[in-house]
Design a protein around this ligand. Structure first.
Ligand SMILES: [Zn+2]
Length: 495
C-alpha cells in the first residue's frame, strides 16, 4: 500500500514538473525578421481631421447594396464613385481605374492598378467594399447620431459603413494619395479593389474583378481584405491587442429536413405525426454536435494568444496533452469560441400544417450550417443523415458553399501584414485566425496563392455592436492608424 502511495506521489510530482516546464517554455511563435520597408515615410502627411472628413462624406452616400435595383440607390452608387474621383484625383490619375461589373447591373466596382517596377514579382491585391447593409427601419432614432449623418465628434466618426467597410476604402485611398505625393512606386504591382456588392455576395463586382484578373493571366501572391480586426478585450486575461490575421473563412450550407407523415384530421392523431418525427430528428442533431476541436487554424491561433494569458490558463494551454478535454469543453460552452472549433448547426425556420386542426403531411425544418475548413459538404450531408438515422426524414441541401482554403501563416504576405500591424500599433499579439462569416476573399482565393482577412483598426467588444447594428462608428485615431498601416504595407510589398 505504502509502495503504491509512493509511486502515485512520484507520478504526480513528475506530471506537475512536466506541466510546469511546458508552461514556462510555452511562448508565442516569433515572426521572422523581414527587411524593413525602405521607402521614407512622412507621417505628417497623414492628416486625421482630413481623413475623418472624407469618411464622413463617404458615409452620407447611402450605398445600400441590397436595394441596388432601385434607381434612387443606383444614383447613390454613381454619386459615390463621382465623389471618390473628385476626392482622390491623384489616385485616379495615376492608377488607371477600371469600372467593373456584370450585367444586368452597371459596373460599380473599381479596380486600380499600380504598376510595379519589377514585372517578375507576383502582384498583390488589397481590397475594401463601399456598399453597406441597410439600417433596420424604425431603429433610426436609437442611433446617437442619425445613421447616414457621418457625424464627427471629438473622437469618432459615426454612421453606417464607419466600421464595415468604408473605413478601409477611405484609409486605402488616403494611403495611396500620400504615397503618390511622396513619389513612391511599388516594386511589385499592387491592385486596389474597391468593391460594391460584398454585402450581397459579390457576384457582380468582386466576381468581375476575379474574372478580369483570370483573363489577364494574373496569379496574385496574396490578397488582403476585411474579415477581422485588431481585437482588444475579447479574450479574458489577455491584455495586449490581438491582430487576428485570418487565414480562412467558414463555408455556408443550408439544408431542409423534411419529415413525412400521413396527414388527416387532428382529432384522431396517429402515435407519431410528421411534427413529432421532425422534432426527434432535431433533438438528435442537438445531442450530436459535429465533431471538432482545437487543432489546425484554431490550434495555431490559441498557441499564439495563450502565452499572453495569466499563468493558470497558460498552464492549461501549454499542456493540451493533459487538459485538452477541459479546454475543449470550456471553449465549446461559449458561442463565439465554439464557432471557431467546429461546424455549427442552427435550426432557423420551421413549417408544418397550414391549419391548426389539420395534421401536416410534411413538416420542414430549415437548418443553417457554418462549415469549418476541416469538413467537406459531402461529409456533412453524410453526417446529418447518419445522426438522424430515420428514413421518414429527407435531408435536402438547398445551398452549399465549402469553407475556404486555409492560407499559410508562414508566407511572405502574412509576415508583411504582421510587420505593418506591429510597426503601426507597437507590440501586438499576431495570431492566424478563422473568419466565421463570409467575405469577398473566398472569390479572390481563385486567383491568389494566399488570402488574408484583416482590417487594421483596433476594436473592442463595445465597437462590435455597431457592426451591421446600431451606432456603428470608428475613432479618428483608428482611421489615421489604418492609413499609416496601408501605407506601410504597400511600401513593404516589394520585399
Ligand atoms: Zn464588410
Amino acid at each position: 500500500m505504502k509502495k503504491v502511495a509512493i509511486s502515485l506521489g512520484t507520478v504526480f510530482l513528475l506530471l506537475a514538473a512536466i506541466t510546469l516546464i511546458r508552461t514556462v517554455l510555452y511562448t508565442a511563435p516569433e515572426l521572422p525578421a523581414v527587411p524593413s520597408q525602405t521607402h521614407r515615410m512622412d507621417s505628417a502627411a497623414v492628416d486625421p481631421q482630413r481623413i475623418a472628413q472624407h469618411l464622413s462624406e463617404a458615409i452620407q452616400l447611402r450605398t445600400v447594396s441590397s436595394q441596388i435595383t432601385e434607381p434612387a440607390t443606383q444614383a447613390q452608387f454613381v454619386a459615390f464613385l463621382d465623389w471618390l474621383a473628385e476626392t482622390y484625383p491623384e489616385v485616379h490619375a495615376s492608377l488607371t481605374p477600371q469600372r467593373l461589373g456584370k450585367a444586368p447591373l452597371p459596373p460599380y466596382t473599381l479596380l486600380f492598378t499600380w504598376p510595379g517596377k519589377n514585372a517578375n514579382l507576383q502582384p498583390v491585391l488589397i481590397s475594401g467594399h463601399y456598399d453597406v447593409v441597410p439600417v433596420i427601419p424604425g431603429t433610426e432614432s436609437q442611433w446617437t447620431h442619425p445613421p447616414y449623418s457621418g457625424a464627427i465628434d471629438d473622437t469618432h466618426i459615426w454612421g453606417r459603413g464607419a466600421l464595415d467597410d468604408k473605413s478601409a476604402v477611405i484609409a486605402l485611398m488616403e494611403a495611396a494619395t500620400v504615397l503618390l505625393g511622396e513619389g513612391f512606386q511599388p516594386e511589385r504591382t499592387v491592385y486596389l479593389s474597391i468593391t460594391s456588392d460584398e454585402e450581397v455576395g459579390g457576384e457582380h463586382g468582386t466576381a468581375a474583378v476575379v474574372e478580369k484578373l483570370e483573363k489577364d493571366g494574373v496569379q496574385l501572391a496574396w490578397t488582403l481584405d476585411e474579415g477581422s480586426f485588431l481585437l482588444r478585450g475579447f479574450i479574458p486575461g489577455v491584455e495586449p491587442a490581438v491582430a487576428s490575421i485570418n487565414v480562412a473563412e467558414k463555408g455556408y450550407m443550408t439544408v431542409d429536413l423534411v419529415a413525412h407523415g400521413r396527414g388527416g384530421h387532428s382529432s384522431m392523431p396517429p402515435k407519431e405525426t410528421a411534427v413529432d418525427t421532425l422534432a426527434h430528428a432535431l433533438v438528435k442533431l442537438d445531442e450530436s454536435p459535429i465533431p471538432g476541436g482545437l487543432e489546425g487554424t484554431s490550434g495555431q491561433m490559441f498557441d499564439a494568444i495563450a502565452p499572453h494569458m495569466p499563468f493558470s490558463k497558460k498552464l492549461l494551454f501549454a499542456n493540451r496533452w493533459l487538459f485538452g478535454g477541459l479546454i475543449d469543453s470550456a471553449l465549446k460552452s461559449q458561442p463565439s469560441t465554439a464557432a471557431m472549433l467546429h461546424t455549427t448547426v442552427a435550426p432557423t425556420m420551421l413549417s408544418g400544417s397550414v391549419k391548426e386542426n389539420v395534421l401536416p403531411i410534411d413538416a420542414v425544418a430549415t437548418v443553417n450550417l457554418r462549415v469549418h475548413p476541416r469538413d467537406s459538404i459531402e461529409q456533412l450531408e453524410a453526417y446529418l443523415k447518419r445522426v438522424i438515422d430515420d428514413e421518414r426524414v429527407d435531408v435536402i441541401t438547398r445551398q452549399a458553399q465549402a469553407a475556404s482554403r486555409v492560407s499559410s501563416a508562414d508566407a511572405e504576405g502574412f509576415h508583411a501584414i504582421a510587420h505593418s500591424a506591429t510597426s503601426t500599433y507597437g507590440p501586438v499579439v499576431i495570431a492566424p485566425g478563422l473568419t466565421v462569416g463570409g467575405t469577398d476573399s473566398r472569390r479572390y482565393a481563385q486567383v491568389a496563392d494566399n488570402s488574408y482577412r484583416f482590417n487594421p483598426m483596433l476594436v473592442t467588444r463595445e465597437d462590435v455592436h455597431g457592426f451591421h447594428g446600431t451606432d456603428e462608428r470608428i475613432s479618428i485615431d483608428n482611421m489615421a492608424k489604418a492609413t499609416v498601416f496601408y501605407k506601410d504595407l504597400i511600401a513593404r510589398t516589394g520585399n
